[in-house]
Design a protein around this ligand. Structure first.
Ligand SMILES: NC(=O)c1ccc[n+]([C@@H]2O[C@H](COP(=O)([O-])OP(=O)(O)OC[C@H]3O[C@@H](n4cnc5c(N)ncnc54)[C@H](O)[C@@H]3O)[C@@H](O)[C@H]2O)c1
Length: 292
């Protein structure tokens, strides 16, 4: 299948292009930045250019749209929201117009987790805003910043294109994505700075890329949202029961995760066959207790 990948020069994009290429797809890679690190050439395009989006999508059956500003700390929050809104509608509308029938979109777990953080002065922890645990793709949106609000706007657009134009669309609400080699260092940062209602979940970059490949290979009509995660948590080796007692005592529990984490991926596995393979290296034990 011919698949256009936006954001192809980015961290996730590079892994996704390689996974789709290895799976035998014809990949058309595009990014505003050039890279030689891919098995295919990169067409350089700023996705704010609506007309250019028609060019990079022409002839593809699917677009894997990863080309967004990947968080709040890169530019002004207004800019993050505004640029992602323009980029997303440019890509989705051009996809519809040129006959691309399937869209896979990189959303974020930040869509659901509000803005719950520790009170840095008193060290107290406000109550969780999560409606239930383990998390899954059906948790209602509750964006706590403009990056997350932009992801919700994209999901609303995808629901529209699926409902009124018959496109197939899958939104992947990724948790923090880590390259396995960087996990030890980065998990320590995540423990210190992370938003508390992400369920302390994480996913290895190769598993995220394999998920995109699995979704591409599956028949998934309509619009659906997946919230994937790998085994373990960013607080490992603290147990899930200890994490729940400390951070989520009032949150209703619906069932058990298959893994030692707070995310239920059973629907994703059932519908696509995907299972994460990589357990990220836990950071130093006890660091979270010391800082909370
Ligand atoms: N990395 C994570 O932990 C994480 C977690 C959740 C969601 N996501 C989402 O996954 C996607 C990819 O994230 P990443 O970590 O690979 O980020 P990244 O910054 O490494 O890659 C994003 C790529 O998109 C490109 N891009 C951005 N705006 C563009 C534009 N206007 N025109 C053309 N190209 C543009 C950038 O040049 C970059 O190469 C993003 O949508 C991000 O929000 C990432």
């Amino acid at each position: 299948m011919k698949i256009t990948v936006t954001g192809a020069a980015g961290r996730l994009g590079r892994a996704v292009v390689k996974a789709l290429h290895a799976a035998g797809h014809q990949v058309a890679a595009t990014d505003q930045c050039f890279t030689r690190e891919l098995p295919v050439g990169v067409e350089v395009l700023n996705l704010l250019d609506a007309d250019g989006c028609y060019r990079v999508l022409a002839g593809s059956e699917m677009v894997v749209h990863l080309g967004n500003v990947p968080g709040l700390n890169w530019t002004k929050p207004q800019r993050t929201y505004a640029d992602s809104s323009v980029v997303n509608v440019n890509v989705f509308q051009a996809a519809l117009d040129v006959g691309v029938r399937r869209i896979i979109y990189a959303s974020s777990i930040q869509v659901v987790n509000g803005s719950r953080t520790r009170d840095q002065r008193g060290g107290t922890i406000p109550p969780s805003v999560l409606p239930y645990l383990p998390l899954d793709g059906h948790v209602p949106a509750n964006p706590g910043n403009l990056y997350a609000a932009g992801k919700v706007a994209a999901e609303n657009l995808l629901a529209y294109y699926a409902k009124f134009h018959g496109l197939s669309a899958v939104s992947l609400r990724f948790p923090v994505l880590l390259a396995p080699d960087d996990a030890k260092y980065t998990l320590t940062q995540v423990q210190r700075q992370g938003l508390l209602d992400e369920g302390f979940s994480c996913l290895a970059m190769p598993d995220a890329a394999e998920l995109v490949a699995a979704v591409a290979a599956a028949e998934l009509p309509g619009f659906r949202i997946y919230l994937p995660a790998g085994p373990g948590t960013t607080l490992a080796p603290q147990s899930v029961e200890e994490i729940v007692a400390q951070y989520y005592p009032q949150v209703p529990r619906r069932g058990q995760s298959e893994y030692d984490n707070l995310v239920d991926i059973s629907e994703i596995t059932r519908e696509t066959g995907w299972r994460p393979k990589v357990r990220l290296v836990p950071a130093s034990p006890g660091i979270d207790r010391a800082t909370s």
